[in-house]
Design a protein around this ligand. Structure first.
Ligand SMILES: [Zn+2]
Length: 346
């Protein structure tokens, strides 16, 4: 507002007066130049219909925000419509994220922030929630694609389809929380990455090209953390073994019912994992496996510091000047796991 006023008329009183006039004008002319991007109304209706709670977090003044929402989305019962208010910090301050979560009564892990600017993505990151960068705003996608810590809408993809797909998969429980914790930690510590890159074998959860590193965040049960399968010879079958001896670990007990099914399932998953890791390793990628049980509030910091160390070691190895006659020892598949612990009582 100050910028818009002529020189010599920029004092506080004039700014306040002009701003108040502007607000009145804006509200009465709200639909002259403002309208939703095509597809947004459908998107919100669909998300609402599917049970997704919706909220608005804007830096536009509160009254204007409310008017816009009433005008263009009268049918959507938003859990909160928050605009700029006196004494409330604007985005990218995370306060507004906390406010929405409190009003909706949900946890950070169950929320996403959709936005078309770096301010929005910074707000999401500051508030500790996933941000989805979309290109329906006035920003060029290239400027904001690196900001998204959730999936970004690629060029040519209709953004609302991606958003809808992502939100649906979240509410149906496909977005794994452990993976989110890893992403958020990396993001907060300045690391940038891509998600679910199809061209990389095994579709790692997180791909960091700069570090030529693929990160898998594995659920302990499905991927059989600490579960050892050993083969026992069985003479009755001519030396061909059909039985696996399995040992449950503390962090993933194989159920007694249907045991055979689970054993086979987990074993197959482990074999497939190993194959994927091997392919990546053979192509010069570092593979880091993070287990779900290493991401508890108590252990996450230690786990991620190990991951960070592996990243930086690998980065240095990649950029080792050729002239120095120093043998970089090839690392075997790196696992950010701790030494195996034994859980007997002391
Ligand atoms: Zn585990």
């Amino acid at each position: 507002m100050r910028k818009a006023l002529p020189i010599g008329h920029k004092d506080d009183d004039m700014v306040d007066a002009a701003y108040n006039d502007f607000k009145v004008y804006y509200i009465t002319h709200i639909d002259t130049y403002t309208k939703p991007f095509p597809g947004i109304q459908d998107l919100l209706a669909k998300l609402h219909h599917e049970g997704v709670m919706l909220a608005v977090a804007s830096n536009k003044f509160q009254e204007g925000t409310e008017h816009l929402i009433k005008e263009f989305f009268p049918e959507i019962p938003f859990v909160a419509v928050l605009g700029g208010r006196p004494d409330f910090p604007l985005k990218p301050d995370p306060e507004i994220v906390g406010e929405v979560l409190r009003k909706a009564g949900i946890e950070k892990e169950d929320a996403v922030m959709i936005g078309d600017s770096d301010t929005d993505m910074a707000t999401a990151a500051n508030g500790g929630i996933i941000g989805i960068a979309v290109n329906w705003g006035y920003r060029d996608m290239r400027d904001i694609i690196n900001w998204g810590i959730g999936p970004s809408t690629g060029s040519g993809t209709e953004p609302w389809k991606v958003v809808r797909h992502y939100c649906m998969s979240r509410i149906h429980g496909k977005g794994t929380k452990p993976e989110l914790k890893v992403r958020q930690w990396l993001w907060r510590h300045g690391y940038r990455y891509r998600l679910n890159v199809k061209s990389v074998p095994g579709k790692p959860d997180i791909v960091m090209r700069r570090y030529r590193t693929a990160i898998f965040v594995n659920g302990c049960f499905w991927h059989g953390h600490f579960v050892e399968f050993s083969v026992e010879k069985c003479e009755a079958f001519d030396g061909v073994n059909l039985e696996f001896r399995e040992e449950s670990s503390q962090c993933c007990k194989i159920p007694q019912t249907n045991r055979e099914f689970w054993v086979n399932k987990i074993k197959r998953n482990q074999e497939r994992d190993q194959k994927n890791y091997q392919v990546l390793h053979d192509n010069g990628w570092q593979v880091i496996v993070i287990w779900e049980c290493q991401l508890t509030p108590k252990r996450i910091e230690e786990t991620m510091l190990r991951v960070e160390l592996l990243l930086n070691e690998h980065f240095l190895a990649l950029h080792q000047p050729k002239v120095i006659p120093y043998n970089v020892q090839e690392m075997p598949i790196s696992i950010a796991a701790e030494e195996e612990e034994h859980y007997e009582k002391r």
